[in-house]
Write a protein that binds this ligand. Structure first.
Ligand code: DUC
Ligand code: ZN
Ligand code: ZN
Length: 470
């Protein structure tokens, strides 16, 4: 008897190689790769003419998250269905510590939100908002349970923001326990002053969200975060980097030998400040933090991706409807005050196709595309080689891209539970045809056919970066 399933004759594309072969799958794992694998009763998927890539890994999502008086439109069911349809087979979502609460409590809450409600495999980061010395040891326990990354904020005073002492304390602990700090790097204190000043002057429209969060507030915080990591002697991962000036800080740190890493997101590559100037309240669709930057900034980020000054593209998927839906408040909350617009935008379903379009346009190679959307995210977050690779023994998380089937992004054809799409009407070069998560079909011919109970919690390995760098 042959394999459970053979993906036949596709162009296998990894972070390093491109070749035509068959992939034999057994018990959800890749069992063999070869030419003309014997079918011998196996089911087959004809992948001729398709690109076969390791499933996308989105290491930055917010599903079922309460934030700024609202709750994200997507929960784990809709968010991970959308992820699968968009070629993403694993996500790392953010659990959030309550001020004064334990990390354990927060993790249990997020396990409850995701367990039995996810189409794709999932892991968690922990957002730390409150870390007195007495709680530091709680981090070790999380690392033991596979929650190895801790997001801290230098922005959102009064909600998430940590002071330098807290950040340094958390970083120092990751040196002991093999975890890593992920940083939201914007100077929240300065931004707060600018926001209050704008509001006092009657500046209430969505564009003031961007105008009160300058690039230099991101660059300064990035520089400070790197300095703190250098003092603690630990690697650092900057999340959702938007500004070219902040990227230069990461680049400089790497050049002097400090292991600093950063992700950017499609919105910073494809959208710009001009979107805030759309008529009426339209600009609210793009209110996220950090904000969209002036035209020209995106060219710097593309250059960063080409040169490995940026290593990952994630989404920061954090969807809010424009208008209230299903009892959930929307962005309209900030109609009279931009600072009350729930921050965030949808992106989990469109990341892979937007980035594949960059391959078609010659901005990045197909191998670099796999590297920044799957392999390096897996390596940095402690999921590699189980995820992020096409190799015997790896999970059979495979995506078949039809590189010739252009399609136009339309909100009505997507699976995210949100009433707009930032890329409405944009035509991209390829389409996601088939998606497997651990050998099980999630998408067939572009249609979702999976189970939203299939996804499993991924316990991640500590010291991921040490392994990656050695
Ligand atoms: N930025 C957003 O836009 N939304 C959620 C949190 C964040 O950092
Ligand atoms: Zn953030
Ligand atoms: Zn985020």
């Amino acid at each position: 008897m042959g394999y459970d399933l053979i993906v036949k004759g596709g162009t296998i594309t990894t972070a390093t190689d491109t070749y035509v072969a068959d992939i034999g799958i057994e018990k959800g794992k890749i069992a063999a790769i070869g030419t003309n694998l014997a079918v011998d009763g196996s089911k087959t998927i004809d992948a001729k003419g398709m690109r076969v890539i390791p499933g996308g890994i989105d290491v930055h999502t917010h599903l079922d998250m309460p934030f700024m008086g609202a709750t994200t439109a997507d929960d784990f069911v809709s968010g991970t269905t959308a992820a699968a349809c968009g070629g993403t087979t694993s996500i790392v979502d953010f659990a959030i510590q309550k001020r004064g609460g334990s990390l354990r409590e927060a993790l249990d809450t997020w396990h409850g939100k995701a367990h039995g409600k996810s189409a794709v495999d999932y892991a968690f980061h922990m957002i730390v908002v409150d870390l007195p010395e007495s709680r530091v040891k709680e981090m070790d326990k999380l690392v033991d349970e596979g929650v190895t990354t801790f997001k801290l904020f230098m922005a959102y005073p009064g909600i998430f923001m940590s002071d330098d002492a807290t950040i340094f304390r958390a970083m120092s602990r990751t040196k002991e326990n093999g975890g890593m700090v992920c940083m939201h790097a914007e100077n929240g204190g300065v931004i707060d002053v600018l926001v209050q000043k704008a509001l006092a002057e009657g500046k209430i429209e969505p564009k003031y969200h961007a105008l009160t969060r300058p690039m230099s507030a991101e660059a300064e915080a990035t520089r400070r975060a790197i300095a703190l990591a250098e003092m603690a002697g630990v690697p650092l991962y900057i999340v959702h980097l938007s500004a070219g000036d902040a990227m230069e800080e990461v680049r400089r740190a790497r050049e002097r030998g400090h292991p600093a890493f950063a992700e950017t997101c499609p919105q910073y590559l494809y959208l710009s400040y001009e979107d805030y100037e759309k008529p009426g309240f339209e600009g609210a669709k793009y209110v996220m933090s950090p904000p969209l930057r002036p035209k020209g900034n995106e060219e710097r980020l593309w250059k960063g991706l080409q040169n490995n000054w940026l290593q990952v593209v994630s989404t920061d998927h954090c969807s809010f409807c424009m208008k209230a839906k299903g009892g959930k408040i929307g962005k309209e909350l900030g109609k009279k005050d931009f600072s009350k617009i729930p921050n965030g935008a949808p992106g989990i379903e469109t990341r892979m196709m937007l980035l594949w379009d960059a391959v078609a346009k010659g901005r990045i190679t197909a191998n670099r595309f796999v590297d920044i959307t799957s392999t390096t995210p897996a390596k940095i977050s402690g999921l590699y080689p189980r995820k992020g690779s096409i190799a015997p023994g790896a999970d059979a998380d495979l995506v078949l891209i039809d590189p010739k089937k252009k399609h136009t992004i339309r909100c009505k054809n997507l699976h995210m539970n949100v009433d707009y799409n930032p890329y409405e009407g944009v035509t991209v070069a390829g389409s996601i045809r088939d998606v497997l998560v651990r050998g099980e079909r999630m998408v067939d011919g572009g249609r979702f056919v999976g189970r939203t109970t299939h996804g499993r919690f991924l316990k991640r390995e500590p010291k991921a970066l040490e392994r990656m760098l050695s």
